[in-house]
Design a protein around this ligand. Structure first.
Ligand code: NAD
Ligand code: UGA
Length: 477
């Protein structure tokens, strides 16, 4: 028996829900796709006629929205009606780290998952396939099933209500989300019900070849997602740890990464050293993995993965120390330019961006920061820094100490140093010889993203420090 899916709904209109549903709508014109969210401001932004005001910036997203919105793709706050008319409901809500209570600081806060499951239990009509898209601890499907099953009991009013639960974690990366969704490395579907799995496969089959669709048991699917993120983060921490050794020994991290990555067993991806990984997921997913390991008494495994996070923090703090030391041991009242605040290029997302930690450290040292990012708004930056600050340490007022530069000239004017924290392509075209004239002498560039090729400097008066570069500090006169 096959299940006919005509309408799908996605709970959560964030970085995953919006782009994922836009691609599904574009590839499956026969489907009606509704993305719902509690956050009215966000839904209004998704519906904004001005496509530059979408809540998520992703290359290629605007075109998809233009093609599909209000044709077969809808953004709505009408959660009840949307669930009721859907044959399949995706849960794509946030799963942040718990801030208090049992498991605080490590476990995932499943309150948004639970409230989504309760909404589905209450409003669904007929048979509904529930798909976990959020990243969740292994065994969460059990929680969702329990909530759904308990709603079936005593449902004399609607005895025909029934559910199946699938896990289909999302592997997209921000900045390349649309391409990742259109050309996924794989699509993972875990579950027990063959007809439900087939129903989801039939959607993906519209643009993904069947060899790329992996079917597993539900627990393998849930755990694979956490494991994939942990492995990716581990590679970043591994190369970052070696970047520090390169600086001490005269080796060059980009040469080491190339030599290591050309071994096909290791592979070349995710070997770019930088200011540490950011983004909403790596840290929370590893913390979650650590928590689960401890729960099952696997303390050695927990400690192993925790180290990946510790190196990441260490890298960010070590960079701040280097910057302060090079600037004669103090940055108090010095103007420092920050190039890039997003956690990576091609996104407006700043969640867990290494820029937050590094900027906060510099602010605590008394620096005045002038920040430039092509896609991140000032409010976002100031909120991130404000939220990050430990109130006990807060010896500065964020808004007095940070400003947004509207040009490279404004950022450089009178500054002692410029720190490159995000690898935006446009930074590669900066004419440093011109910009450096505006800086106070001696002036420094700290390149934490391998943007600058010092060999291309002709006449410039700059000290250049490159992360992971043993023959560092290039002083060009
Ligand atoms: P997000 O914060 O951008 O979006 C989540 C949305 O869910 C929010 O807009 C929130 O208002 C909404 N929401 C929460 N509870 C709701 C409810 N009960 N009803 C309706 N709406 C509700 O989060 P995101 O970055 O899209 O991540 C979502 C999930 O996907 C997380 O589990 C994350 O780990 C995972 N994930 C994220 C990425 C990524 O690149 N951001 C990639 C893969 C997987
Ligand atoms: C990551 C994974 O790549 C996705 O597969 C996953 O779906 C997603 O997390 C998630 O679950 O949220 P994302 O965080 O969007 O995607 O971006 P990445 O490209 O993985 O970058 C994460 C961080 O690592 C960034 O700060 C980036 O600058 C840093 N990074 C990445 C490096 O420093 N070096 C590298 O070689 C690669």
């Amino acid at each position: 028996m096959s299940v006919e899916v005509k309408t799908i709904c996605c709970i959560g209109a964030g970085y995953v829900g919006g782009p994922t549903m836009a691609v599904i709508a574009d590839k499956c014109k026969y489907l009606k796709v509704i993305v719902v969210d509690l956050n009215k401001v966000k839904i209004d932004s998704w519906n904004n006629a001005d496509l530059t005001k979408l809540p998520v910036y992703e290359p290629g997203l605007k075109d998809l929205i233009k093609r599909c919105r209000n044709k077969n793709l809808f953004f709505s706050t009408k959660i009840q009606e949307s669930i009721a008319e859907s044959d399949m409901v995706f849960i794509s809500v946030n799963t942040p780290t718990k801030q208090s209570g049992l498991g605080a600081g490590e476990a995932s806060n499943l309150k948004y998952i639970e409230s989504s499951a309760r909404s589905i239990a209450e409003y669904a009509v007929g048979h509904t396939i529930v798909v976990e898209k959020s990243t969740i601890p292994v065994k969460t499907a059990e929680v969702i099933k329990n909530i759904l099953i308990s709603s079936q009991k005593g449902l004399e009013k609607n005895p025909s209500k029934s559910f199946t639960v699938l896990s289909s974690p999302e592997f997209l990366a921000e900045g390349t989300a649309i391409d990742d969704l259109i050309n996924p490395s794989r699509v993972l579907i875990g579950g027990e019900s063959k007809t439900s799995i087939d129903a989801l496969v039939n959607i993906y089959k519209n643009w993904v070849s069947e060899e790329k669709i992996i079917k597993t048991n539900i627990w393998s699917s849930e755990l694979s997602k956490l494991t994939a993120n942990a492995f990716l983060a581990q590679r970043v921490s591994s190369i970052n740890s070696i970047s520090a050794l390169c600086e001490k020994t005269g080796a060059d991290i980009s040469e080491v990464a190339k030599a290591v990555g050309m071994d096909y067993r290791i592979g070349k991806h995710f070997l770019k050293s930088g200011p540490g990984f950011g983004g909403s997921c790596f840290k929370k997913d590893i913390l979650n993995l650590v928590y689960i390991c401890k729960l099952y008494g696997l303390n050695e495994v927990a400690n192993y993965w925790k180290e990946v996070l510790e190196i990441n923090n260490w890298q960010q703090n070590r960079l701040t120390n280097i910057i302060v030391k090079k600037l004669f041991g103090t940055v108090t009242n010095k103007k420092i330019g920050i190039l890039g605040f997003a956690f990576k290029a091609n996104t407006n997302d700043t969640r867990e961006s290494p820029a937050i930690n590094i900027c906060s450290n510099l602010l605590l040292e008394g620096a005045k920061l002038s920040i430039f990012d092509p896609k991140v708004k000032f409010q976002e930056i100031s909120d991130s820094l404000e939220n990050f600050n430990n109130p006990e340490n807060n010896s500065f007022k964020t808004n007095d100490s940070i400003s947004m530069a509207s040009s490279y000239e404004q950022l450089a004017n009178g500054s002692d140093a410029i720190i490159i924290l995000t690898e935006w392509d446009e930074f590669k075209a900066i004419e440093w010889s011109r910009i450096s004239k505006l800086m106070r002498k001696p002036s420094w560039i700290f390149d934490c993203r391998d943007i600058i090729d010092p060999n291309h400097f002709v006449e410039s008066d700059l000290n250049i420090w490159k992360l992971g570069c043993g023959s560092n500090i290039k002083i060009i006169k």
